[in-house]
Write a protein that binds this ligand. Structure first.
Ligand code: ADP
Length: 319
């Protein structure tokens, strides 16, 4: 193998740059030529491809987002489009591809290998922590820290005005961000897609807490469970005091990656290049019990990562 390429695809997450840096630098140190594909699969189809150097990835580790940029490319679900992409990779002499992205991007990578025999290695990058077989994905830790910082600030103002704050966080199908951020900020309630919500019980709990003298109240809701407006509508008339809504939105995707995410991304970037050089393909780098390993993409993608219900229990016990 002489030449490989790296791309970021789908929703971006903090730490992707550290992963790009590791792939490029470790690849070059291992005697490979490393190319960067800009704007994910859409950029690949446009042949938006450039050689990367040791210097071109200097000073990027601390930056949020992705220097290669990202995109959504709906036509990549078509087999003919993937055949076109494989032709372009071959034309540029690219013999191995590292795809950094979420579930959708990893699906694209898996099909590219299956149908076109392009060796691919995926690196899980998503803030949702919804990718199976890896304890963490790149970006999750930074996102959690952003959310915790925001909730902490809301708690200050909630205490001053004796209000309830409803904070909507990301997580379309996973309540991980809501559960962990709620747990570590001592939120009064956490609403997630995995657990049905009973507004009557929730309102009673908040009223009891108020009677006990609690002057602030934070309810964290995962976007996939309900919108903050819906939660407010259900709660306000039951609790009889004002609520305020904060939707954290895309600030959760940004920011300088934490030390944890930089380290995870660096380790996974190196592991991805090593896997390609060993001749592995259609695998994803994974963190399992503190160690970096590789797992088959088809196994990763056949199951949804389940939320650890121990965390939900813990949040309930401690709030
Ligand atoms: P993420 O990678 O963050 O989950 P998306 O789900 O939007 O983000 O996927 C990113 C891109 O990956 C899509 O725009 C598309 O190009 C490709 N992709 C997603 N799902 C598939 C699929 N089932 N088959 C092939 N390509 C896919």
């Amino acid at each position: 193998m002489k030449r490989i390429a790296v791309m970021t695809s789908g929703g971006d997450s903090p730490g992707m740059n550290a992963a790009i840096r590791a792939v490029v630098r470790y690849g070059i140190k291992s005697g490979l030529e490393v190319y960067g594909i800009r704007r994910g699969y859409a950029g690949l189809l446009d042949e938006d491809i450039e050689p990367m150097t040791f210097a071109s990835v200097g000073g990027i580790m601390e930056k949020g987002g992705t220097i290669l940029r990202s995109s959504r490319c709906p036509e990549f679900v078509r087999k003919e489009t993937r055949a076109e992409a494989a032709k372009i990779l071959k034309k540029h002499g690219i013999e191995g591809l590292v795809v950094i992205g979420g579930e959708g991007s990893l699906h694209g990578a898996m099909f590219l290998e299956e149908e076109q025999k392009i060796p691919v290695v995926g690196i899980p990058g998503t803030i949702d922590n919804d990718i199976a077989m890896t304890d963490m994905s790149i970006g999750v830790d930074t996102c959690l820290n952003t959310v915790v910082d925001a909730i902490q600030k809301l708690k200050d103002t909630a205490s001053s005005h004796e209000r309830a704050f409803i904070v909507e966080v990301m997580g379309r199908s996973s309540g991980y961000i809501a559960t962990v951020s709620g747990l570590v900020t001592g939120a009064e309630a956490i609403i997630i897609p995995e657990v049905p919500v009973n507004y009557e019980e929730l309102a009673n709990k908040l009223l009891e807490e108020r009677e006990r003298g609690k002057i602030n109240c934070i309810v964290v809701v995962a976007e996939g469970a309900a919108s903050a407006y819906t939660v407010a509508r259900h709660l306000e008339y039951r609790i009889g005091y004002e609520t305020r809504i904060t939707i954290l939105g895309h600030i959760q995707r940004g920011g300088s990656p934490t030390a944890f995410d930089r380290l995870l991304a660096s380790r996974m970037g190196v592991a991805a290049v090593e896997a390609l050089m060993r001749g592995e393909s259609s695998v994803m780098t994974a963190l399992q019990g503190g160690k970096i390993t590789t797992v088959k993409l088809d196994e990763v993608l056949k199951e949804k990562k389940r939320l650890d219900m121990e965390l939900v229990k813990l949040a309930g016990i401690l709030s």
